[in-house]
Write a protein that binds this ligand. Structure first.
Ligand code: G4P
Length: 523
C-alpha cells in the first residue's frame, strides 16, 4: 500500500463489553470497502472470532482482550482504526493505545447508558483532551429516553453534547434516524430491517416525511428534536476538536443506522495528526525527518514464526521501507526491512507511511514499549504511562524444569504490557503485578498455549506497589535497606515498595518525607 499523501485519521473505538464495538467496527470497515461481507470481523454463533481474537481465552469468554489495528481508506482519507480492549478489567495496553490516537469514538448501549468501563476510558481521553464522538447504539431496541442519555453523558463526562443524528422512535416504534447535519432521513428497507436509503429534505419538519413515518412516531420525534435543539449545544467542530464537546449519533451498528454519518463526521471533522509531546522539544507532523514511538509490543502474533511486532506511531516525516532509524534508548541504528501495516483481514508490507500511521516493526525482543525512533536526533516522546499494579501474586511453576520457558513467558508478556514482573531483593521467585484480575487468567492461558508452561499463583500479603524516587541517594539506600523484605525491583531495576495496606503506605510516606512513592511512572 502506498498512499502517503492522503490525509490521515487515527482513532480508537472505546466501549463497555457488549455495547456493539465489534459490530460497529465491522460496519465501518464495510463502509470503507476494507471488507466485503459483514461477519468477517467476528463470525456469529459459537465460532466467535474477531480479527484480533487469536487467543483461546477470548473465544471462551467472547471478549476482545488484545487490541488490534486496522487501516482502510474512505473517501480519499486513510483511516487507522485502533481497537482497545473492552473487558471490564483494565490493562495498561488500553491507556497506551490511547496515546497513539488523535480522536476516539465512544460506543454506548442505548439501554444501559454510561457504564463503568466507558467512564474509566473516558477519563483517560479527558486527561489528554482527546476529542470524542459518541455513538449511542442499539436504538432499534427498547432503550432509555434520549434526553436521559444525553443528560447522563453531559453530567458524567462534564462535556457538552450536540446531537447530530436523532432517532425516530425506538424499539418497536423505531422508524429510522434523522441526520441533522446532512438534513436527511435514514429510511429502512421494505422489511424495516436495515438502513436502505437516505432521503434529503428540508429538516425533520419537512412534510415530505409525513407519508413515510407513522404519524405519532414522527410527531414525537419532531417535538423531541426541537426540544433537543434548544436544550443542547449546536455542533461546533472547533469545540469538538478541543475536546470540550461531543457530537452524539443515535444509531444502530447492527442495522447500519448512523454508521455513514459517523464515518462522514470523522472524515470531515475529526482532527488530523497533531504535534507530539517529546523531550527536549515537541515534534510537529510537518517536519521532514521521521520520528515515531512504540506504544505496544505484541509477541507471537504469527504462531509459525514466533515473532514479535512493535507498533510504532509515526509522528513526523515520511517513513519508507528499508530506511535506517535510530533507536534512541540504545543508540543503535535499525534497518526497517519489512514494516507491516494491518489491513482488515491481512497484514501487508508497507512501502511508506505518514504521520498518524501505525507501522508494525517485526523484531526479536529488541524493541520496547516507549522506544523512540528518529533519524539520529536525541529525542524522547513522553506521556506513555506505566501504572502501579493493583494485584500482586507470586508465580509458582508446576514443572521446575521449565524455568527457562517461564522466564521467557514473563519477559515477553511484560514487554507487551500485559503484566509487570518484579524480582524480590530477598528470595528468587518472581512476582507479577496486574491492574485487573483477568490479566492473571490471560497470563496463565498464554503461558500454557504459547510457552507450554503451567503456572499457578500464590497470594502475597501485599496490596499496594509504589515506585520509589529520592533526590538523595543516601536516603534511598537507607530506606531500601531498612525495608528490604518489602522492596522488589522492576524490569528496569528500579526499586518498588510493596505495602500491606493503604494505611501502611500512607504511614511510610509520612515517616519518610525524603522519599517519593509514585503511583505512575513514565516509560
Ligand atoms: P462488543 O464488541 O462491544 O462486545 O459488542 P458486539 O459488537 O459483539 O455486540 C454485542 C451484541 O449486541 C451482539 O449480539 C450484537 O449482535 C448486538 N448488537 C450490536 N449492535 C446492535 C444494534 O445496533 N442493535 C441490536 N439490536 N443489537 C446489536 P449477541 O447476540 O451477543 O451476539 P451475536 O450472536 O449476534 O454475535
Amino acid at each position: 500500500m502506498s498512499f502517503a499523501i492522503n490525509p490521515r485519521r487515527t482513532f480508537a473505538i472505546i466501549s463497555h463489553p457488549d455495547a456493539g464495538k465489534t459490530t460497529l467496527t465491522e460496519e465501518l470497515l464495510l463502509a470503507g470497502g476494507a471488507i466485503h461481507m459483514a461477519g468477517a470481523v467476528k463470525s456469529r454463533g459459537n465460532q466467535r472470532r474477531a480479527h484480533s481474537d487469536w487467543m483461546k481465552i477470548e473465544q471462551k469468554r467472547g471478549i476482545s482482550v488484545t487490541s488490534s489495528i486496522m487501516t482502510f481508506e474512505y473517501d480519499g482519507i486513510v483511516c487507522n482504526l485502533l481497537d482497545t480492549p473492552g473487558h471490564e478489567d483494565f490493562s495498561e495496553d488500553t491507556y497506551r493505545t490511547l496515546t497513539a490516537v488523535d480522536s476516539a469514538i465512544m460506543v454506548i448501549d442505548a439501554a444501559k447508558g454510561i457504564e463503568a468501563q466507558t467512564l474509566k476510558l473516558f477519563e483517560v481521553c479527558r486527561l489528554r483532551d482527546i476529542p470524542i464522538i459518541t455513538f449511542i447504539n442499539k436504538v432499534d431496541r427498547e432503550g432509555r429516553d434520549p434526553f436521559e442519555l444525553l443528560d447522563e453523558i453531559q453530567e458524567a463526562l462534564a462535556l457538552d453534547v450536540a446531537p447530530v443524528v436523532w432517532p425516530i422512535g425506538m424499539g418497536a416504534q423505531f422508524s429510522g434516524c434523522f441526520d441533522l447535519r446532512a438534513n436527511a432521513y435514514q429510511a429502512p428497507d421494505q422489511d424495516g430491517t436495515r438502513y436502505a436509503r437516505s432521503i434529503a429534505c428540508q429538516g425533520l419538519g419537512d412534510r415530505l416525511l409525513d407519508p413515510l413515518i407513522p404519524e405519532e412516531v414522527l410527531a414525537t420525534a419532531r417535538e423531541n428534536a426541537e426540544l433537543a435543539a434548544g436544550a443542547y449545544s449546536e455542533f461546533d467542530p472547533e469545540v469538538y476538536r478541543s475536546g470540550h464537546l461531543t457530537p452524539v449519533i443515535f444509531g444502530s451498528a447492527l442495522k447500519n443506522y448512523g454508521v455513514k454519518a459517523l464515518i462522514d463526521l470523522i472524515a470531515a471533522e475529526a482532527p488530523e495528526p497533531g504535534p507530539s509531546p517529546a523531550e527536549p522539544r515537541t515534534v510537529s507532523p510537518s517536519e521532514d525527518k521521521v520520528t515515531g514511538f512504540v506504544f505496544k509490543v505484541q509477541a507471537n502474533m504469527d504462531k509459525n514464526h514466533r515473532d514479535r511486532v512493535a507498533f510504532m506511531r509515526i509522528c513526523s516525516g515520511r517513513f519508507r521501507r528499508g530506511m535506517k532509524l535510530r533507536q534512541v534508548r540504545t543508540g543503535k541504528d535499525v534497518m526497517v526491512h519489512s514494516p507491516i501495516m494491518f489491513m482488515a483481514q491481512d497484514r501487508e508490507i508497507v512501502e511508506d507511511a505518514a504521520p498518524g500511521d501505525i507501522v508494525g516493526i517485526p523484531n526479536h525482543g529488541t524493541v520496547r514499549v516507549g522506544d523512540t525512533f528518529t533519524e539520529g536526533e536525541q529525542l524522547r516522546f513522553t506521556g506513555i504511562p506505566v501504572f502501579a499494579p493493583e494485584i500482586l501474586r507470586r508465580v509458582r511453576l508446576g514443572d521446575t524444569t521449565r524455568i527457562k520457558q517461564l522466564r521467557g513467558a514473563l519477559e515477553d508478556l511484560a514487554e507487551e504490557g500485559l503484566i509487570q514482573v518484579f524480582k524480590p531483593t530477598i528470595g528468587a521467585q518472581w512476582i507479577v503485578g496486574v491492574v485487573g484480575a483477568l490479566q492473571l487468567d490471560v497470563l496463565a492461558e498464554r503461558a500454557k498455549q504459547e510457552y507450554r508452561v503451567d503456572i499457578a499463583y500464590e497470594d502475597l500479603p501485599y496490596e499496594q506497589a509504589r515506585w520509589l524516587r529520592a533526590p538523595d541517594a543516601k536516603a534511598m539506600a537507607a530506606f531500601t535497606e531498612h525495608q528490604q523484605s518489602a522492596i522488589v525491583l522492576d524490569r528496569n531495576d528500579l526499586p518498588v515498595f510493596l505495602a500491606k495496606s493503604a494505611w501502611e503506605l500512607e504511614y511510610k510516606a509520612e515517616k519518610n518525607p525524603e522519599i517519593e512513592f509514585l503511583k505512575t511512572r513514565e516509560i
